[in-house]
Design a binder for this molecule. Structure first.
Ligand code: GLN
Length: 535
């Protein structure tokens, strides 16, 4: 069959969880043996989210091919259990950049370059590019933002054109809305959804399916009303109630036969879904046998989305242990005071020091790591977390009191972490770090090799600094094991302290590869150790 297209828009409010809804539908189609690819359209002018502050935009998700993408791609990878790439995230910035570059090269042959058709053509060509690259049975395309936003209009217009071009039966759109609940009258209100669908229609798009976010069950009469006013079939009004876990959403949609509605509209034969392992997963999520307290000690702790993949990876490792992982957010600045740090760390079962940029809170992170090392508290360091662990070891075990990273001190005399050679001449910020998947070789008899069950691994990176090889021999002599290295042996990718129960850190970001049904070995190792310690 040719590729079928499913467009997902959102209305009424932002943060509806369109990504989770799309990812859940993707899982339901995958569970039926269909191949699924996705695209996230982001209307902002940044070429990619790599230059945005995690405080504002949450995590930057990195794909195998080194694209810095929207965090929703992480949800899509986790739910659909597939690997995506640069073509799966399309921003206004990247679309305009391509069009303007073409214009400068004279490729438009003197034409006046306009939103329609030039920008919309470029957007449609991205859809076709993803179709070509993945040849999926279904391409799910989520349009970021809320219907009515000025900046998403070119995307909406491209969707309108595309739907008309491929024809009914080959493309549908799903509109996600919110049904607010009025406490005083005890009812769900449908009017904002009706208005939102009207706005979408005014752009020439009639949605085929409505997914309504709600805190309360939607009554049949409310569904009927929505169907009538929004011109969708009654069985195409889907309820999406608040859930304890996002991983319950696919099952809630399956109960309403959403996939059947979608397949029918797209003239595709119905197939039964194999959701057994997903149901097992949700069963484990809902019936934990123990709780584990894990801290994330970082800088962006006010916005948990900044570490969304780390949080999900910890949960995945918890599910495998039938454990509920309670996350404790520790602002590393509060750990700069050693006494305070000890106080904050004392009742934990494990700690993660995640990635980050800049000097703020670094001394606190070093204290957190020192505490973990001295108290045999299971520890996982990610990227900056590994760099900090090397600095801490150099200072407190090797005795190099002024050991530091060049990132935090330009004039530092003992840069145990230094700028990578190929970064020395880099002057622009967007997409210039060491990005994406690289091969890494694990040392014989290492904790890392045992955890992975393999001596060659591939992991995703996003950094400019690295361990300075001039200090490696001394650090090794002092007991720090470099258990993962680049194939030429020159780049230190992992460290560990094998005498402790779990003290492991990586220059790469394992959190981008964890899946709910297949927790990442490094997170699994951390939570296994935490469970053992608690017992
Ligand atoms: N700031 C560090 C570097 O650029 C770590 C980056 C990160 O944690 N992603 O190398």
């Amino acid at each position: 069959m040719g590729t079928k297209y499913i467009f997902i828009t959102g209305g009424v409010v932002s943060s509806l969880g369109k990504g989770i809804i799309g990812a859940s539908l993707g899982r339901l189609l995958r569970a039926r043996g269909f191949s699924v690819a996705i695209q996230k359209f982001d209307p902002y002018i940044n070429v990619d989210p790599g230059t945005m502050s995690p405080f504002q935009h949450g995590e930057v998700f990195v794909t195998n091919d080194g694209a810095e993408t929207d965090l929703d791609l992480g949800h899509y990878e986790r739910f659909i259990d597939a690997d995506f790439s640069q073509i799966n995230n399309v921003t206004s910035g990247s679309v305009y950049q391509t069009v303007i570059n073409k214009e400068r090269k004279g490729e438009y042959l003197g034409a006046t370059v306009q939103t329609i058709p030039h920008i919309t053509n470029e957007i449609k060509s991205r859809i076709l590019k993803a179709t070509d690259e993945f040849k999926p049975d279904f391409l799910l395309i989520e349009i970021g933002g809320t219907i009515g936003d000025i900046e998403s209009l070119p995307f909406i217009e491209a969707v309108r054109q595309f739907k008309a071009e491929v024809g009914a039966g080959n493309a549908i759109s799903i509109h996600c809305t919110l049904l607010p609940y009025l406490e005083t009258s005890g009812e769900l209100k449908t009017k904002p959804s009706q208005h939102s669908v009207n706005v979408l229609r005014s752009y020439g798009i009639q949605p085929e399916i409505l997914v309504c976010r709600t805190s309360h069950p939607i009554l049949q009469e409310e569904k009927d009303k929505l169907a009538l006013f929004c011109s969708v079939p009654k069985d195409a009004v889907i309820e999406c109630r608040d859930m304890k876990s996002i991983y319950e959403v696919p099952l809630a949609l399956e109960e309403q036969d959403m996939a059947a509605v979608v397949l029918n509209m797209l003239n595709t034969h119905y197939k039964h879904a194999d959701l057994k392992s997903w149901k097992d997963l949700v069963n484990r999520i809902n019936n934990p046998k123990r709780t584990i307290d894990v801290a994330i000690a970082g800088k962006y702790t006010k916005l948990s989305d900044a570490y969304i993949s780390v949080v999900e990876s910890l949960k995945h490792a918890g599910y495998a242990n039938e454990a509920k992982v309670n996350i404790h957010w520790i602002n590393s600045e509060e750990c700069i005071d050693w006494k305070n740090c000890q106080e904050l760390m004392k009742n934990l079962d494990a700690v993660v020091v995640p990635g980050g940029f800049g000097v703020r809170g670094i001394e606190g992170k070093l204290n957190v790591i020192r505490y973990a090392r001295e108290n045999n508290l299971p520890f996982l360091g990610l990227c900056l977390g590994m760099q900090c662990a090397v600095i801490e070891y150099a200072r407190n075990v090797l005795g190099i009191k002024d050991a530091n990273s060049r990132e935090f001190s330009e004039e530092c005399e003992n840069p145990v972490i230094d700028l990578m050679l190929e970064q020395k001449d880099v002057t622009s910020y967007g997409g210039t770090m060491r990005l994406g998947q690289y091969e890494c070789h694990l040392a014989k008899n290492s904790v890392a090799k045992r955890a992975y069950g393999s001596d060659v691994i591939f992991e995703r990176h996003r950094h400019r600094y690295e361990v300075n090889n001039a200090y490696v021999a001394d650090l090794e002599k002092a007991g720090l094991v470099f258990s993962g290295k680049s194939p030429n042996g020159k780049l230190m990718e992992m460290i560990e302290l094998p005498k402790l129960d779990w003290f492991v850190a990586s220059q790469f970001h394992p959190e981008f590869k964890s899946r709910p049904e297949r927790p990442h070995p490094l997170f699994k190792g951390l939570i296994d150790a935490a469970v053992k310690r608690k017992k």
